[in-house]
Unconditional design. Structure first.
Length: 482
């Protein structure tokens, strides 16, 4: 079988893979670029699922696009829709989050709030934070375990009484076993302790401000260092409305896309790599390429370049799995103005609730109805019907059902790839896999991009900034084969 020759092979048609393909093709119009995706469609975690009962497309949780600061990437995503078809969220409106904690849905800010504690307790906590600020400075993004970061931020009392129980509830792991990045999502690097006026007076002390939250997220007066807007289509379904447009744009630019395609083998050649692929219903092909950019999950790549075929371990609690559900609600929406909130209280299987109506027009829904997304962790073997009943019970227990609000129906969605949770073991495994992939081909290393692949890289914007730097290097040194 004759090999097909490529200049660049990109693996994974999530947002990073799509943007990488566009960047390479627009920078090097004569280069032959192919994008492989194992599933039947692009988008990765930004895919939309079709909800037949309502004839709408919904997302698997909170999936706004936050500007990355990479002008080329941001411009391309925004060009996927006409300007008047975007919801644009700026300033304090771009990330309105809350928490359900100690039996109450809190919408003023997304931080543990200690302002109702005794004056003596708050004074002790404040001086502990001042001491930590003087000793450690701004530590919110330094490496280490979640326990180390929490104690550097607040001291042992707040860590043991507040942060540790929350982390155990969210991840079913001890904080000493979680990477510090676990405190970035949800935001646990600050606590609410002082009044708005008092916090404003502390604004000239960065080390304190990295620990003490302003207690009114919509009224926060501070200027953000990075002017970053968030985007979501006015119609429901980021994947359906945005990703599909990006895919069509790539095809029109000359990028070749193969969906439903998996890599069977990978070997080094004098010119780069030889890749064996298989596409349903069993069509095999050999590709020769100068460069590989891997934007897919790291596990399959590890199996291709090492003898270890063990998948990357995830920190999902043993015997548990994630369910994504969508609830159709009617009446008053008590979650607004929040886009989402995390559930910190023990006894709840719910991890996070997303309020789609806060950032989407939802014009496709029946009048006076809205959708909530429910991410819930349940024992393996739980049936969809049981998951639906648990979701209904917990939404009611959180006060989201009342005389003015009712649940019309709940549906279970199936995520294609559950997110990797940030245990130290998971982070180490991912980064060791990246190292192994690079060392397997030292003269022509594979570019690997994705969450946790480097220290501090977790959110999509982190991934895109890291990826852009890698792409700039390979585009600048590329030469066509003679």
């Amino acid at each position: 079988m004759t090999d097909e020759h490529l200049d660049f092979l990109i693996v994974g048609a999530g947002i990073p893979g799509l943007l990488a393909a566009n960047h390479i093709k627009s920078s090097l119009p004569k280069a032959k670029v192919r994008l492989l995706e194992a599933s039947a469609s692009g988008g990765g975690q930004y895919k939309s699922e079709y909800l037949e009962e309502l004839d709408v497309w919904v997302d698997l949780g909170m999936h706004l696009y936050y500007e990355s600061g990479i002008e080329e990437f941001d411009r391309l995503v925004k060009s996927a829709l006409p300007e008047n078809e975007w919801m644009v969220l700026e300033g304090n409106q771009k990330d309105v989050a809350g928490i359900f904690w100690r039996g109450e849905l809190r919408s003023a800010h997304p931080y543990p709030d200690l302002r109702n504690q005794s004056l003596l307790y708050r004074i002790r906590v404040f001086f502990s934070i001042v001491f930590r600020s003087l000793v450690h400075g701004v530590t919110a993004n330094r490496p280490g375990s979640a326990r180390q970061l929490s104690i550097r931020q607040f001291g042992k009392t707040v860590h043991s009484q507040i942060i540790e129980p929350i982390l155990q509830k969210l991840y079913s792991s001890e904080s000493q076993d979680l990477d510090g990045i676990a405190m970035r999502s949800p935001e646990l690097r600050r606590i609410a302790l002082l009044s708005a006026a008092a916090v404003k007076n502390l604004s000239r002390f960065p080390a304190l401000m990295s620990r003490i939250a302003y207690p009114d997220q919509l009224g926060m007066p501070f200027r953000r260092d990075f002017k970053q807007a968030a985007y979501y289509p006015k119609k429901l379904g980021f994947g359906k409305n945005v990703v599909d447009s990006l895919v069509l744009g790539l095809v029109s630019s000359g990028v070749e896309l193969d969906f439903g395609t998996k890599i069977l083998s990978l070997e080094k050649t004098s010119a780069g790599f030889r890749v064996e692929t298989v596409q349903e219903p069993g069509f095999q092909q050999f590709l020769s390429t100068q460069k590989i950019i891997w934007c897919a999950p790291i596990g399959p790549l590890t199996s291709l370049v090492t003898e270890d075929s063990t998948p990357i371990k995830r920190s999902l609690p043993p015997g548990r799995e994630k369910f994504f559900l969508t609830a159709l609600m009617q009446g008053h929406n008590p979650v607004t103005p929040l886009y989402y909130f995390y559930v910190y209280d023990r006894g709840f299987a719910t991890f996070r609730v997303t309020n789609y109506s806060a950032y989407s027009g939802q014009s496709e829904l029946p009048p006076e109805t809205y959708l909530l997304g429910v991410e819930i962790w349940l024992d393996r073997g739980t049936s969809p019907d049981e998951a639906v009943q648990i979701a209904k019970t917990e939404l009611a227990s959180m006060g989201l059902v009342s005389a003015d609000t009712s649940i019309l129906d709940v549906w279970v969605l199936k995520p294609k790839a559950p997110p990797i949770e940030p245990t130290i073991e998971t982070v180490r495994n991912v980064q060791q896999s990246v190292k192994a992939a690079r060392e397997a081909f030292p003269d022509n290393p594979i570019i690997v991009s994705g969450p946790l692949t480097k220290p501090g890289v977790f959110f999509l914007q982190d991934v895109l900034r890291d990826l852009h730097g890698e792409l700039a290097d390979i585009v600048g040194t590329w030469r066509p084969l003679r």
